[in-house]
Ligand binder design. Structure first.
Ligand SMILES: O=P(O)(O)OC[C@H]1O[C@H](O[C@H]2O[C@H](CO)[C@@H](O)[C@H](O)[C@H]2O)[C@H](O)[C@@H](O)[C@@H]1O
Length: 513
């Protein structure tokens, strides 16, 4: 298996269309084709006393696989330095097709189950799909295989002949499929098992070219596909993850990231991790007061180890200076005030602030809230640079509505702010399009982490973390720290407590290559 430099995940963020070759990709008719070619050429060569006979492996791959029927005959005969007149060419083509149809009738259409499952998964994730095959039999085969409804468009050997399209390795048939669906080649992925097909997709400048080698493939076959321009060579398509949109699921239905750590590493498929970590409730347990939420030294040590090999960013609702001090691990990226203020370590020049024009209003709101809540026992006002938090965890149940009333009164004076909610806290923030999800994407862009070589993972426990889970739905993944709760979430895995977060990191570090 070639790990390759390209992502083993197909993301709706980058692609709209998946184009499949047919024979050897969705159906195992390549073997039937190869046998039909061998029967044809062996008889032809024997008649002329020519040696050696047609090789089912190398001759098939180099000269006929993926090419239109007549081109395949020409290309094989040219390799054997034989030329024939046009009538003989037509006769040979007809004979090959008759043998192939006979084999199809007798043996049925053999399917490649892992790749068919992939086709259904890409449909479910919202991709358009096309089949581009040099075979004139493609529509018949798709119908017999029950796949017609799963394919938006078929460009077959018949289409190519009718419309005068050059066959593979020319890119024309692939380009026609993308054009008919109104999708740029750069946003389309091609899956091909034939060298000619891979070369055609490369020539068409398609966004991602997946070479399908098959489980039994020799190193020569894999190298051949890579040399013709496959970005990624896989045994079958079960190796390629699909990232669609982010449906909300009950947290109780999601797998545990700790128990399924091997599955998670398979999703990463050789990519390194970049971790984005919430603080309260994720790195430390929720406690009575914000100032009591100190980081366990064991967690600090694990974070330091993790940061030695992976990008680690802490993305917190707390103020930047506060969370940086609490975590106390040098070399991390810190994003405070729910991502409104971001700073990287010295040498990594990333820094951003969003909403500085709101600072005077925040000062005024803070003063009003402190004065107004002084009389309510247990109410706490916490100022972060870009937000004001009002905590009511320690407020008696009967007094809690008074806290919200005070907060709403301040908000009524400042309609340019919004009221967020967290765990026993109201958060007053500038009402601009910025949140933890956008902050995470900002860091990914700033550090160019979307090269396909990194899997961004966000771990968080609160509603504000859902923005980040959603932001990573197509090219990363979220892990919800449940703490007993079972909300609907856009995360894909769960962990139970901050202690389990630490054990998860320790387990990953143990498995580090
Ligand atoms: O985004 P986070 O890093 O999770 O920060 C969210 C808020 O966390 C803190 O408040 C919460 O934790 C406190 C300590 O456990 C707890 O007492 C409080 O009830 C929780 O809401 C922090 O004080 C806030 O500023 C953060 O916005």
């Amino acid at each position: 298996m070639d790990s390759g430099a390209f992502p083993r995940a197909l993301s709706r963020r980058y692609f709209d269309l998946v184009i499949f070759d047919l024979d050897g990709v969705l159906t195992d008719t390549a073997a039937l084709h190869a046998r039909a070619w061998k029967a044809l050429f062996d008889a032809f060569l024997a008649e002329r006393g020519l040696e050696p006979p047609f090789d089912l492996d190398s001759d098939y791959r180099h000269y006929v696989d993926g090419r239109p029927r007549l081109d395949g005959i020409r290309s094989f005969l040219a390799a054997r330095e034989v030329s024939v007149d046009p009538q003989t060419l037509e006769r040979l083509a007809a004979a090959k097709n008759a043998t192939f149809r006979h084999l199809l009738e007798v043996e049925g259409v053999p399917l490649l189950p892992a790749n068919i499952a992939f086709l259904h998964r890409v449909r479910a994730a919202g991709f358009r799909t096309a089949v581009v095959s040099a075979s004139r039999n493609a529509p018949v085969i798709l119908e017999a295989a029950g796949l017609t409804d799963s394919i938006d468009i078929v460009i077959s050997g018949v289409t190519a002949a009718d419309e005068g399209l050059a066959g593979k390795p020319a890119p024309d048939t692939f380009l026609t499929a993308a054009k008919r669906l109104g999708i740029e080649p750069a946003r389309a992925t091609v899956v091909e098992d034939a060298e000619a097909g891979v070369a055609a997709a490369r020539a068409g400048e398609f966004g991602l070219v997946i070479g399908l080698a098959g489980r039994e493939a020799s190193q020569e076959i894999r190298t051949g596909l890579a040399q013709r321009g496959a970005d990624l060579v896989v045994d079958d398509l079960s190796e390629v993850a699909i990232h669609g949109s982010a449906p909300l699921q009950p947290a109780s239905d999601l797998p545990s990231a700790l128990q399924e750590i091997e599955q998670l590493r398979e999703v990463a498929a050789g990519r390194s991790f970049a971790f984005f970590l919430d603080y309260d409730g994720t790195l430390t347990p929720i406690v009575g007061r914000p100032d009591l939420a100190v980081l366990d030294p064991e967690m600090r040590a694990v974070l330091a180890d993790l940061a030695a090999t992976s990008t680690v960013a802490v993305v917190s609702g707390r103020g930047l200076a506060d969370v940086r001090k609490l975590v106390g691990v040098p070399g991390l990226i810190y994003a405070g005030s729910h991502g409104f203020e971001i700073e990287g370590p010295a040498g990594l020049s990333i820094q951003a602030e969003h909403g500085t024009e709101f600072l005077p209003a925040l000062d005024a709101m803070e003063a009003t809230l402190r004065a107004g809540l002084r009389a309510i026992e247990g109410a706490l006002v916490e100022r972060k640079r870009f937000s004001v938090a009002v905590h009511y965890r320690l407020v008696a149940a009967e007094d809690q509505p008074r806290v919200e009333t005070a907060v709403d009164a301040v908000l009524a004076e400042h309609p340019e702010f919004r009221k967020g909610r967290g765990k026993k806290v109201y958060e007053l923030q500038p009402d601009i399009e910025w949140d933890k999800g956008r902050a995470v994407r900002w860091v990914i862009d700033a550090l160019r982490l979307d090269s396909g070589k990194v899997l961004p993972v966000y771990i968080g426990d609160d509603v504000t973390d859902e923005d980040a889970f959603r932001a990573l739905a197509s090219d990363g993944l979220g892990i919800l720290v449940r703490d007993g709760g079972a909300p609907l979430t856009a995360a894909r895995y769960t962990l139970e407590t901050p202690d389990e977060v630490r054990r998860f990191f320790a387990a990953l570090l143990e498995r580090r290559p």
